[in-house]
Design a protein around this ligand. Structure first.
Ligand code: ACO
Length: 324
């Protein structure tokens, strides 16, 4: 028998305020048409004043627990991916732990920007397989609206806020790829690319949280190449290829990146979960949001083989293969 970390529940939360592309036309030299055709984004949600990353993460976690039919008493740990924490410390994960009324176990944040959820999922899987924990809440949550430079049309129209959560639990499998659960993963980073995507502030530099800066077109080229290669590497580790995949659930940054990556993997767009038209790029929240919405839409079903893949600041990128 082989231990597996299996998805038992999924949930998400999106803030109430929906901002259509047209809203940016009033303040920036941009258009709904440019944003739609260059990125695929049509609208995004922005957190309300006073609404924080931990508030959204908490709401997504409650939904995932409900879906799993479990309570906080059943959970051993919370691993939360974010680059937009409420405070420098404590971690958002411990804030969510407090909001859930969970007075046991452990909680910590993972920071790998847009790839954060893949890193958190891989960490949670490793902890379950090593016996460190039996059931883990894995959350991605972001308020990127708080690190936007609203005068920079090349970035501020692309991002949104939200949160998604999974409950992962230990279950005995057969060791074959027909098992449910996380089957493989592939993580990478390369600090030489730091200038491509970063925030121009921080605790030990400016003392302020800073604003996002991105060399979009250079990142675009890196993204297509690295996303296809990490996904193929994770699949090859277990003897599979794009043809075996029921759903690619990609980081939702740009529809052209998503389509080019799927084409490289020989996976038709009918087998790709796309939510960025409604959410924009929600960084570490984008994959768990897409998993939750894809499940709600009836696209992702029990037994389906999924590849999740993401790239973000660092650069950091990676993928995981899981059977839902
Ligand atoms: N409205 C109108 N024009 C615009 C806008 C806008 N909102 N933004 C940029 N432009 C202009 C530029 O100024 C440029 O004008 P110029 O030719 O006169 O200089 C022109 O449009 C083309 O700009 P590019 O940057 O070359 O446009 P591109 O086709 O590359 O699209 C985009 C830009 C959407 C940012 C794309 O490059 C992209 O999605 N890049 C990848 C982003 C990504 O993957 N991020 C991943 C991780 S995010 C994270 O980790 C936080």
């Amino acid at each position: 028998m082989t231990l597996r970390a299996v998805v038992k529940g999924v949930g998400h939360y999106l803030p109430e305020r929906v901002v259509p592309n047209s809203e940016f036309e009033a303040t920036l030299a941009t258009s709904d048409e440019w944003i739609r055709t260059r990125s695929g984004i049509e609208r995004r949600h922005f957190a309300a004043e006073g609404e924080t990353t931990s508030d959204m993460a908490h709401k997504a976690a409650v939904k995932a627990l409900e879906h799993a039919g479990l309570s906080v008493d059943d959970i051993d740990a919370i691993i939360l991916a974010t680059s937009t924490p409420d405070l420098t410390f404590p971690s958002v994960a411990t804030m969510v732990q407090g909001k859930l009324g969970m007075n046991h176990g452990f909680a910590f944040d993972v920071q790998a920007v847009c790839a954060g959820f893949v890193f958190a999922l891989t960490t949670a899987n490793a902890m379950i397989l090593s016996g460190q924990a039996q059931r883990i809440l894995v959350i991605g949550a972001e308020t990127f609206s708080r690190i936007m430079d609203w005068s920079d049309r090349s970035t501020c129209v692309l991002f949104g806020d939200g949160a998604g959560a999974l409950v992962l639990a230990a279950e005995e499998g057969t060791g074959k790829v027909s098992d449910r659960g996380v089957l493989s993963s592939d993580l990478n980073s390369d600090g030489r690319y730091r200038e491509m995507l970063y925030v121009d502030g921080g605790v030990s530099t400016t003392g302020e949280s800073g604003k996002l800066r991105m060399q979009g077109n250079q990142l675009f080229r890196q993204a297509v190449e690295k996303l296809a290669s990490t996904a193929e590497t994770a699949l090859a580790k277990i003897g599979l290829s794009g043809q075996d995949v029921d759903w690619i659930v990609p980081h939702q940054a740009n529809l052209r990146i998503i389509a080019a990556t799927a084409a490289r993997m020989d996976v038709p767009m009918e087998r790709v979960v796309v939510t960025l038209q409604d959410h924009g790029n929600t960084s570490a929240a984008s994959i768990p949001l897409a998993l939750s919405v894809g499940h709600q839409r009836g696209q992702i079903k029990t037994g389906d083989l999924l590849v999740v893949e993401a790239i973000g600041g660092g650069l950091a990128w990676g993928s995981a293969v899981l059977r839902w």
